[in-house]
Design a protein around this ligand. Structure first.
Ligand code: ADP
Ligand code: MG
Ligand code: ZN
Length: 491
């Protein structure tokens, strides 16, 4: 057995209004592409038309001058503050020189020895640095090769971790938590499928405490690919060492179809990018930034929210996680729960009530949202009304079947559930005769359940009520049914 060591390099496109060094719009966010109405079908996907969102600066014309996007710098500083990193007093941009057709200037403006953020940690993984650079153009290889400069100059943040991750699973946990934080801070949508978040994994294995030769794996387009590629490399490298051979220092790519890594290039000598300070940009004095204000803008982060939700609401970890992954839904949940508590005075069954609300929110409510394609911000049901609906269910005034119907009406009209019940005459069957008739019928049809109940099986009563409710098409209250059943069954 060998000891695996993993370090990650993660690139993230930042959600700013404009690009990193020019005034072009930042089309990494799909809303802006929509807004410009420049979408076209490209390789089966709707995308902004190539080379329509460019200017002399981001296409690298000689004689043009870059200016620093302040919002991009602030975004990286904010992330640094959220990860308890050090923000140095000064920071500087450098030119990273290399030739590739996606790099119009022949160099990329990046940061070398003075990044914006140093150190910090997340999930017990130490962070080395976070710096800022410009994204490159995109090469599209179809019948011919096309260079699309729309992406060139989009603010790109790079986070590098120390090599202290021990498995593919840990690497994915780290990357997922980072993605959540980026979304909570609203500095990136960090969608891996859209290339807004790109992960490179460095992997080595060794028998002793010294590090082995590392291999860098690129083309990881999903969290699953990150895990599979790391697991694959650990196995591949271990087998090489078992055979008494040496692991080559190289860059490999993940082949998603074959589920293997393949060699891309050997790294026998270190790449020399001839970094030097970008002469067209000033050294950044980070003491000019209001770090106190940036810190105050940081919302409750996933870790704290997770702990609080478990403690405050007694949810199961898997349940809490659903809300942690959807902060807007979590906010709605919290508002509804507080409305619910203000209406239900007995606190004994607090956790049970919260669970009921949670279940309705994540099943019926979310299902309805998907069905009518509305987001939580646009749906007409306000948390107060949603809580009222749950109160009606708890009090046994409506069946779960009727609750579904009322919920639908609430989404259509925005009215509160009681008004809908009255206006739509939804509890139609309130006359006792009809209900009694149904109860007697169900009792006659289910002699075994009746006997079971009399022997003490509470569930049998529940079953009988359910049958009668179905008979009455859900149009009565479970409480009235229960009362009438108890009447008959005690005779
Ligand atoms: P390079 O100069 O090859 O890019 P760096 O020192 O910049 O190497 O490290 C890049 C990444 O590789 C970092 O995330 C770092 O933690 C990781 N790394 C460094 N050494 C190892 C190793 N022996 N095994 C696994 N990962 C490593
Ligand atoms: Mg590197
Ligand atoms: Zn531009």
């Amino acid at each position: 057995m060998y000891k695996p060591t993993i370090g990650l390099e993660i690139h993230v496109q930042l959600k700013t209004k404009t690009k990193m060094f020019c005034g072009c719009l930042n089309i990494s966010s799909s809303e802006i592409a929509e807004l410009r109405g420049l979408n076209v079908e490209l390789r089966g996907k709707s995308e902004i038309k190539p080379n329509t969102n460019i200017c002399p600066i981001c296409t690298g014309y000689p004689g043009t001058l870059p200016t620093i996007n302040k919002k991009a710098v602030e975004s990286v500083l904010k992330l640094g503050l959220a990860l308890n990193s050090e923000i140095p007093e000064t920071s500087k941009f450098d030119r990273k020189n290399y030739f590739y057709p996606d790099l119009p200037k022949g160099y990329q403006i990046s940061q070398y020895d003075k990044p914006l953020v140093i150190g910090g940690s997340l999930n017990n993984v130490k962070i080395t640095r976070i710096h800022l650079e410009e994204d490159t153009a995109r090469l599209l290889h179809t019948a011919y090769s096309l260079v699309d400069f729309n992406r060139a100059g989009i603010p790109l943040m790079e986070l590098v971790t120390e090599p202290n991750i021990k498995s593919g699973e840990e690497a994915v946990e780290f990357a997922r938590e980072l993605q959540l934080i980026l979304r909570y801070l609203e500095i990136s949508d960090a969608d891996m499928e859209k290339g807004q978040m790109r992960i490179e994994a460095n992997i080595s294995v060794s028998k002793n405490s010294e590090f082995g030769t590392k291999v860098e794996v690129k083309n990881l387009n999903s969290f699953r690919a990150v895990k599979e590629a790391i697991d694959y490399e650990i196995k591949r490298q271990s087998e090489i060492l078992d055979e008494g051979q040496e692991v080559k220092h190289e860059t490999r790519g993940w082949d998603e179809n074959k589920k293997i890594t393949v060699s891309q290039r050997l790294k026998e000598k270190a790449h020399d990018y001839r970094y030097f300070p970008e002469p067209d940009l000033p050294i950044l004095d980070l003491t000019d930034f209001d770090l106190g204000k940036l810190k105050a803008e940081i919302p409750e982060l996933p870790l704290q929210k997770r702990e609080r939700f478990l403690k405050e609401f007694g949810l199961m970890p898997e349940q809490a996680e659903i809300l942690i992954n959807e902060p807007r839904l979590a906010e709605y949940f919290e508002k509804s729960v507080s409305e619910l508590f203000s209406e239900i005075s007995e606190n004994g069954d607090k956790n049970k009530h919260v669970k009921l609300l949670f279940n309705y929110l994540t099943s019926d409510f979310k299902g309805l949202m998907n069905e009518i394609s509305l987001s939580i911000d646009d749906i007409k049901i306000i948390p107060e009304n949603f809580a009222d609906l749950i109160v009606l269910i708890i009090k046994g005034e409506i069946s779960s079947r009727l609750a579904k119907e009322i919920l639908r009406e609430m989404a259509a009209s925005g009215l509160d559930p009681r008004r809908i019940i009255v206006e739509k005459g939804l509890i139609q069957i309130s006359d006792e005769e009809t209900i009694k008739k149904a109860v007697m019928e169900i009792i006659a049809k289910n002699p075994k359940a009746v006997i079971d109940y009399k022997k003490g099986k509470e569930n049998s009563l529940q079953f009988l009520i359910g049958q009668a409710m179905a008979e009455l098409k859900g149009q009565t209250s479970p409480d009235i049914l229960r009362k009438i059943f108890l009447d008959y069954l005690s005779k």
